[in-house]
Design a protein around this ligand. Structure first.
Ligand SMILES: [Zn+2]
Ligand SMILES: [Zn+2]
Length: 87
């Protein structure tokens, strides 16, 4: 049995789950954020607040800054939330 390591979308801490829990929902030990067990390097998409285009990032970049091709800078949101514009 192998393990899946990924970063919590709430606090950024490292979480480890057995691979049989892939896709299941667990709660972070630190911040209690409920989230799916997905390997940390998985890409996900969110909508640019500047141009409504789709941006793809790695989950481990959640909370980091990205710059869209439309020149809008924003913080990568958690899945299901809106990006926050930064200057
Ligand atoms: Zn957490
Ligand atoms: Zn854009």
């Amino acid at each position: 049995m192998s393990e899946i390591r990924f970063n919590c979308i709430g606090c950024g801490g490292e979480l480890v789950a057995p691979d049989v829990l892939m896709g299941a929902e667990i709660c972070c030990d630190n911040c209690n954020t409920k989230q799916e067990v997905i390997p940390g390097n998985t890409e996900y998409s969110f909508i640019c607040i500047g141009c409504d285009g789709t941006l793809s990032v790695l989950r481990e970049n959640i909370g980091g800054k990205v710059r869209c091709s439309c020149d809008t800078k924003m913080l990568v949101p958690k899945p299901g939330e809106d990006a926050i514009q930064v200057v």
